[in-house]
Every structure is written in C-alpha cells, then in structure tokens.
Design a protein around this ligand. Structure first.
Ligand SMILES: [Zn+2]
Length: 420
C-alpha cells in the first residue's frame, strides 16, 4: 500500500468522501427543507442514480433491479472469483430523517470497493454492493421490500397494497422504472454467496456509553407489525348520551394504554402504537372508527408471539365491552435473527486487529440483514452515532468513526481473503 497517509484510499480520506456523499444523498428528498425519501419515489431514483455513478467510478458493473434496488459488482483483476461477498444497506428513509441510517452502510461498502479498485487489489472473491430501495416501510406500511425481493421473500400479494394516496405498489414500482411483473428477477441466486455484511449506525446509546467507535451485532430482535381497527358508531357529539355511545377512539385509547403497560411489564419487550387514524375525524362527531398501528419486538420469538396474542385478546375484550367491533390485520412478522458465528467472529477479529476492544450488542431495530439471513450468513457492524439518535435530522457520526468502520471492513475482507 504505497503512501498510505496521503493516499486517496487511506481510511481518513475515504471517510471524508463518505460524509460528503451522505450530504449529497440527503439533497435527494421529496420534501424541501427536510429529508424524506420513500420507496419508489423520484427522490429515491435520484439517490440511486448517484450511487450507480459512484459504483461505476469504483470499477463496478452497476444496475438497478426490478424493485428499484441498486447493485454493483466488483471482480478481482485476476478474475475467476471463488464466491461473492455482499455488502450493503438501504437508501430509503423515514419522514424528516437523518442522513446516515442506511446510507452509511452503502457508502462505507462503496469506499471499501473504491480502495480495492484503486489499489488494484486481487481478492479470491468478488464483492457486490447493494443499496436497497425500501427498508423503512414508510410508504406501504411493510418493510424490507428491497431485501425481500433479493431474498425471494416478497409475497406477490404485497404488490396490491396502496399508499396513503391510493397508489398501488405495483404501479409505483413501474413508474419508478422497475418491473413489478419480474420481481423474481431481482432474486439473488445463492450458489456463490459467502455472506452479507451490513454496516449501520447503532441507533442507540451503547457504543457512546462504552466509548467505542464500532461494535459487532449479536442478533436482531424479531418484530410483529399489525393494523388494528376499532369500529364503533359515529354520532352527534351533542345529542348522543354518554351511556349510548360506541366510541371507537375511546376504545382505542384504552387499548393503547394496555399496550404500553404490557411492554413495560415484560423484560426486553418493546410495544408501540405509532399511528392513529380517526374517522370521521371531526371535533363535533363521535369517532366511528379508529385504526392503529402496532409494533412489537423482542429477541426471543416466543416472548414476542405471546405478547402479540395477549394484546390481541385485550383488544377483543376492550372492543367487546364497548360495543365496538375489532378488525385485526397482521401486516408483518419477522423472526429474531442470530448473526452467523463465523462471519461475526471474523468481524470481531478485524476489530481486534485494528487495536480496538470488541463490544458485542444486540439490535432492537430491524435491518436488511435479518431478511438477507434467508440467503446466506450475515454479520453486522454498528457505528457509534451521536446521542444514540436516529430517525431524526440530528443523526450524526464522526469522520473518525467512519474511518474506523472503513478500516475494520477492509480488514474483514483481508481476513476472508486469507481464509483466516
Ligand atoms: Zn436503517
């Protein structure tokens, strides 16, 4: 490695480029003045175009797949790669998002390939970088559309879902340049896969508390999402007596309290109602319908499933006691995932090789890695983020920590190359 300190491929120089690129991606947004980049929108296509360009600059063959993921493939100059290592994360965001959740993993992966390319390194395997089109699930209420398509785990019925504006998912994919009729074409054959490694901001405060730039993820909590509707009877807020009401929102409110209490009562469980839609939603009309989102997570699938059953029974009981009807729709259930011991172990060795103490931590947030584990071994590297803040414009990482992430990922490639 000639001139490591001044070279454009030194981790510090690459980290500066990663932060600059994160700023450029943040300018690709649906809403002026804040970052919102949902699935199958022009803003996402614009971000994907930038990434495709950077992939080609790094010597990769790059393309967009049928659902809108961007993928790039680097092959060693000596040719004849024995296997492919996947690196990546997602390019979509929540509303009013930060600029690193998802994008950091794609950009660190790109930086590592850029270094391979510029140093004309010869590895015994190829490297593919994936920028997934949907992880957050903001537009259609169902997450992992991008990695789901790559893993062949996408239910075709999902294509009929509609967003808040009534746009069918299949139509949205087509208008974003994808091909909803060929989602099978986005599926990644598994024969040559060595694994999937995802770099991601921690989204929590543990690494900051431990004073460490990076840590290895042990596993990802399983998650259940459901749509829960209480149907009552709308009526005049002035003329219908309290005793004769079937107020859907009052029922929903009682249940929301029960959800929170249950989450607090079970160790390691988190349970959240994050969305409420009230119909007709007028100040002088008794609510006739309240539709809520439910999100339940735990590292133990049994504990999570028990909690969801209990919350459903409770919703039934509350609806029954108030003369309302309950409609429960399971939106998504993702099992807990353990990272592959071999790949995670190589990541730990890479961290130790960089002279750092190895921290192991679980992930309460879902990640594309959970879906990718259906295809191959997966491992994740968390990067410290300021205050543990994510899903917020204040999301921040330091250039020094990003340089560590690039260095550690590079060391991982070296370890895998030497078969250690
Ligand atoms: Zn993310």
């Amino acid at each position: 490695m000639p001139g490591a300190e001044t070279s454009t491929t030194a981790p510090a120089a690459l980290a500066a480029s990663v932060l600059d690129r994160a700023d450029r991606l943040a300018a690709c947004t649906e809403e002026p003045g804040r970052l919102t980049r949902r699935f199958a929108t022009p803003a996402l296509a614009q971000a994907g175009d930038l990434v495709l360009g950077w992939m080609r600059e790094a010597g990769m063959r790059a393309r967009r797949d049928a659902i809108g993921n961007v993928t790039g493939r680097w092959e060693p100059p000596g040719g004849a790669p024995a296997g492919t290592l996947l690196l990546g994360s997602h390019l979509d965001t929540v509303r009013d998002a930060g600029r690193y959740d998802g994008m950091l993993g794609v950009l660190v992966a790109l930086a590592c390939v850029q270094r391979l390319h510029e140093e004309r390194r010869d590895l015994p395997f190829a490297v593919e970088v994936l920028g997934f089109a949907d992880e957050e699930g903001v537009r259609y209420g169902t997450a992992y559309l991008g990695s789901g398509a790559v893993a062949g785990a996408l239910d075709p019925a999902t294509l009929e879902r509609r967003d808040a504006d009534g746009v069918r998912m299949a139509d949205a994919i087509a208008s974003a340049g994808g091909d909803p009729d060929d989602l099978a074409g986005a599926r990644r054959p598994t024969g040559d896969l060595l694994g999937y490694v995802e770099v991601h901001i921690e989204q929590g405060p543990v690494l900051e508390a431990e004073d460490l730039p990076v840590g290895v993820v042990t596993g990802i909590a399983g998650q259940t999402r459901a749509e829960v509707s209480f149907a009552g009877v709308a009526g005049h807020a002035g003329t219908v007596p309290m005793t004769l009401r079937r107020d859907a929102l009052a029922a929903a409110a009682e249940w929301i309290g029960a959800v929170e209490a249950h989450g607090r009562a079970v160790d390691g469980l988190v349970a959240t109602v994050g969305q409420v839609a009230v119909e007709p939603g007028t100040s002088n009309v008794i609510p006739g319908r309240a539709t809520l989102s439910l999100d339940v997570r735990h590292l133990d699938d049994g504990v999570r499933e028990e909690a969801v059953d209990a919350l459903r029974e409770r919703a039934d009981a509350i609806a029954g006691s108030r003369g309302c009807a309950l409609e429960w729709t399971d939106v998504q259930a993702t099992g807990a995932m353990a990272c592959a011991p071999g790949l995670a172990g190589a990541l730990e060795a890479a961290i130790a090789g960089a002279g750092l103490r190895v921290a192991r931590l679980p992930s309460g947030a879902g990640h594309d890695a959970a879906v990718m584990s259906r295809l191959c071994d997966v491992a994740m590297l968390f990067v410290r983020c300021a205050g543990g803040v994510s899903h917020h414009p204040a999301e921040a990482v330091s250039a020094a920590d990003v340089a560590v992430a690039i260095d550690v990922t590079g060391r991982l490639l070296d370890r895998l190359a030497s078969g250690r």
